[in-house]
Write a protein of this length. Structure first.
Length: 240
């Protein structure tokens, strides 16, 4: 089902004390938000943020999940472990994991299937680089990421379109460009998994969020930098 989802991705930010301070400021500001509000936080913050968010409309997510149930996988965290500390969502295949940590379409697919098997809600990220966009390869790259990532998946997933060139750069895709590309992603993904919610991510902020969210294909946002500031993030979750 298509629905408005606003998810923050804290990436590798926020100590315990900072997370507590953030929640103290943010929760009153988002009390009337009508969207599904999610904070995808570092593993070490999940339980604290979950406890602070109890009784509010804020849900908690992780930023990765292991593809196996348990065992000799040094440095990985299982779905069961994530759920135990309060995670309900998980980001999978973020471009930073693909670029810096060797994540491939195949490992993304394995993690995605594991998340679904264990009852976590995956936020599956796709996006092209600047070189690929300028080379006219955007649709080809996205189609391959979606088809390989969703191979063998028939359930509801949330997709996030994050053009790599817009992440953390201050360069947002124009609403029209994001809308057109998300329309393409929807045409590919719907054939595989049916109706999906598709978020835009990449320098989305308090000033540009409403214009992006007004577009017909954009169901929500995945927000990095602006999700670290309660006042900015609350503007986004309170958008119409
Ligand atoms: P920024 O909002 O900081 O550009 O990050 C986007 C992102 O990568 C969210 O996952």
């Amino acid at each position: 089902m298509r629905r408005r989802i606003i998810a923050g991705n804290w990436k590798m930010n926020m100590t315990k004390a900072q997370a507590k301070e953030f929640m103290g400021e943010f929760l009153p500001l988002c009390a009337n938000a009508k969207c599904e509000t999610v904070l995808c936080v570092p593993f070490t913050d999940i339980h604290r943020v979950y406890k602070l968010a109890l009784g509010s409309n804020v849900k908690v997510g992780a930023q990765n999940v292991a593809w196996a149930d348990k065992g000799a996988f040094t440095g990985e965290i299982s779905a069961e472990m994530l759920k135990e500390v309060g995670a309900e969502y998980v980001i999978i295949g973020h471009s930073e994991r693909r670029a810096y940590f060797g994540e491939t379409d195949e490992t993304v697919n394995m993690r995605l299937k594991q998340a679904l098997k264990c009852g976590l809600k995956p936020i599956f990220c796709v996006g092209e680089t600047l070189e690929q966009r300028e080379g006219g390869l955007t649709e080809q790259v996205l189609k391959a990421q979606i088809e390989k990532g969703l191979d063998g998946v028939a359930e509801d997933v949330i997709i996030a379109y994050e053009p790599v060139w817009a992440i953390g750069t201050g360069k947002t895709a124009t609403p029209e460009m994001a809308n057109e590309t998300i329309g393409f992603i929807r045409s590919v993904a719907t054939k595989l998994v049916g109706e999906v919610s598709i978020l835009y991510g990449g320098s989305m902020n308090a000033a540009n969020a409403q214009n992006l969210l007004d577009m017909s294909e954009i169901d929500g946002g995945l927000i990095g930098g602006a999700s670290l500031k309660p006042s900015d993030f609350s503007v986004i979750v309170n958008c119409d």
